[in-house]
Design a protein around this ligand. Structure first.
Ligand code: EPZ
Length: 425
C-alpha cells in the first residue's frame, strides 16, 4: 500500500544527522562491477529505492548480491544474461548506465530506451553517439536499444553537453576498449570522479576524471574492487537547508565533503546562514536572519546543482524581496512550485525561470511529490509551515533519501509515516 508523510510544522531541530553515501555515485559503481568478473565490495552504499532497483537488474543478469547495512557485495563471476528487462529498467532512468557496462563484456546487449520523466525529456543521444564512435552499433527495436559490437576501439569523443551519465557510460565502455579514448567536454561531478577512481582501482589506466577531459587506456582484463562510496552532496545540501529553517535549530551534519558543496554553501551564506566546523567532516549550519533574496542559476558542476534548486526555493519563500531561479539543466523542474503555492508561497514560473516573492507564511496542506527532489522540497515546506502538512507519493523521496523520516525524528521533527496514498482515500 502507498504511504504518506504527516508533518507537524515549526518544530525546533537539535541533534546529529549522518550523511549517507551518494546515490548518484553508487548507481554507476554497481554497473561498473560488470566490467570485471569476481567479488566486488562497495562500502557506504545508501539503502534507497534506486539502489534496490539496480540490484534487482544485477540479479536478473546473474550477479550474486549481498547487501548488509551499507556494505554491498556483488559477485559478477556468473553473469549469464545481457538483457535488461523493461519492467525493471522503466522504474529507474539510471538503468541507461547498463549500456556502457554491458557493451564491453558481450557482443550483443539489450537495454530498454529510458522514457522521459516528470522533470524533462531526458534524451540519451550523447550516450549513443559516443558508444557508436567507440565501435558499437545501436538500433532501437520495440523500445529496446540493441547494442552490438565486434570489439570496441578507443577514439576521441567530444560531448555537446557535459552529461553526467553519458560521461559515465563512455568511461565504462572505454575501460575495455582497445587503445586510448579521450572524452572532451565531459561532466566534472564528484560522482564522475569517483567512478574514475573505481575504474583505476580495477586496473584501468585513466586520468583527468573530475576535469573536462578524461583519457582512458582500455584494458582487456580488469579485476574486482573494494571501494567506499563518496558522501551524498545533495543529501547534505538538503539537510543544510533544513538546519537553516529556524534560528534556534542546532543540527550537526556529520561525515560529508564540504568541498563538493562550495557553490551551494556560498549561496546559503548569501541568503543568511553561518557554518561552524565542529569536527573533521562535520558542521553546524545556523540561520542568520534576516534572510535575503538572491539569484540562483543552475549549471553543471561546479555550478549550482539542479538537484538542490527545489530545496533552496523553499528557503527563498522566507527571504525578504524577490528571488529568481533559472533552471538550465531540465525543461520541467518547477512542478513543485504549484504545490508550494497551495501552501501560501508566491512563486511565478515562466519557462525556465521561477520568480519567488518573499517572505510568505506557509500553512500546512496536503501536497504531492512529483519527483525525488520536489518531494524533499515539500517535506522541508512541511517542517517550515504552520499546522499539518501531508506529503503524498513519498516513494519518490525514498528513491534518494535513506531513512529521511528517522533522521528527522531523531532531531525533533514531528513526522510520521502513515499507510494509504491518494488512491486509497
Ligand atoms: C544526472 O542525470 C543525475 N542522475 C541527476 O540526478 C542530475 O540532476 C543530473 O545528472 C544533472 O546533474 C544520476 O546521476 C543518476 P545529464 P543525467 O545527462 O545524467 C541533456 C537526481 O535527482 N542531455 O547531465 O540524466 C539533458 O536533456 C537526478 O538524483 C542530452 O541532451 O543528467 C539535460 O538537459 C535527477 N543528451 C542535461 O543534458 C544526452 O544524451 C543534463 O542531463 C544526455 C543529456
Amino acid at each position: 500500500m502507498a504511504k504518506k508523510y504527516v508533518i507537524q510544522g515549526q518544530k525546533i531541530l537539535k541533534g546529529e544527522i549522518e550523511i549517507n553515501g551518494a546515490k548518484n555515485a553508487a548507481l554507476p559503481a554497481i554497473c561498473a562491477t560488470l566490467l570485471a568478473p569476481g567479488e566486488h565490495k562497495l562500502k557506504r552504499v545508501p539503502r534507497v529505492r534506486d539502489v534496490f532497483c539496480m540490484l534487482k537488474i544485477m540479479k536478473h543478469l546473474g550477479a550474486e548480491v549481498i547487501f548488509e547495512n551499507s556494505t554491498l557485495k556483488i559477485d559478477t563471476s556468473k553473469i549469464n544474461k545481457y538483457t535488461v528487462p523493461y519492467e525493471l529498467a522503466s522504474q529507474i532512468r539510471a538503468s541507461v548506465l547498463f549500456l556502457g557496462a554491458l557493451v564491453g563484456i558481450t557482443k550483443e546487449a539489450e537495454v530498454p530506451q529510458p522514457g522521459g520523466c516528470s522533470i524533462g525529456k531526458r534524451p540519451i543521444d550523447l550516450h549513443i553517439k559516443g558508444l557508436e564512435l567507440l565501435g558499437s552499433e545501436i538500433t532501437l527495436v520495440h523500445g529496446n536499444l540493441i547494442v552490438k559490437n565486434s570489439g570496441l576501439r578507443g577514439c576521441e569523443i567530444v560531448l555537446d553537453f557535459p552529461s553526467v551519465t553519458a560521461t559515465e557510460n563512455l568511461m565504462m565502455a572505454a575501460a575495455l576498449a582497445e587503445g586510448e579514448t579521450i572524452i572532451r567536454n565531459c561532466a566534472k561531478e564528484p560522482e564522475v570522479f569517483f567512478l574514475g577512481e573505481m575504474l583505476k582501482k580495477m586496473g584501468v589506466k585513466i586520468k583527468g576524471h573530475g576535469t573536462d577531459t578524461i583519457v582512458i587506456k582500455g584494458k582487456k582484463k580488469l579485476h574486482p574492487v573494494e571501494i567506499e562510496v563518496i558522501p551524498d552532496r545533495i543529501e547534505a545540501g538538503t539537510y543544510m537547508v533544513i538546519s537553516a529553517l529556524f534560528e534556534e535549530n542546532e543540527v550537526v551534519l556529520k561525515n560529508f565533503c564540504v568541498e563538493y558543496l562550495e557553490t551551494p554553501i556560498l549561496k546559503l551564506k548569501e541568503i543568511g546562514a553561518e557554518f561552524e566546523k565542529v569536527g573533521k567532516k562535520s558542521f553546524i549550519v545556523k540561520k542568520k536572519p534576516p534572510l535575503k533574496n538572491t539569484k540562483i542559476v543552475t549549471a553543471p558542476y561546479p555550478g549550482f546543482p539542479t538537484d538542490l534548486q527545489p530545496i533552496f526555493a523553499v528557503l527563498l519563500t522566507q527571504a525578504n524581496g524577490v528571488s529568481i531561479i533559472t533552471e538550465n539543466l531540465f525543461e520541467n523542474r518547477f512542478l513543485y512550485v504549484y504545490e508550494l503555492n497551495r501552501m501560501g508561497a508566491k512563486i511565478d514560473v515562466e519557462n525556465r525561470t521561477a520568480v519567488i516573492t518573499g517572505p510568505t507564511k506557509l500553512v500546512g496542506s496536503p501536497v504531492k511529490a512529483t519527483d525525488l527532489r520536489a518531494g524533499a522540497a515539500l517535506v522541508i515546506a512541511g517542517l517550515l509551515a504552520e499546522n499539518t502538512t501531508t506529503v503524498y507519493e513519498v516513494e519518490l523521496i525514498e528513491r534518494g533519501y535513506e531513512s529521511i523520516v528517522e533522521k528527522l525524528k531523531k532531531v525533533g521533527a514531528e513526522i510520521e509515516v502513515v499507510e494509504g496514498g491518494i488512491e486509497d482515500s
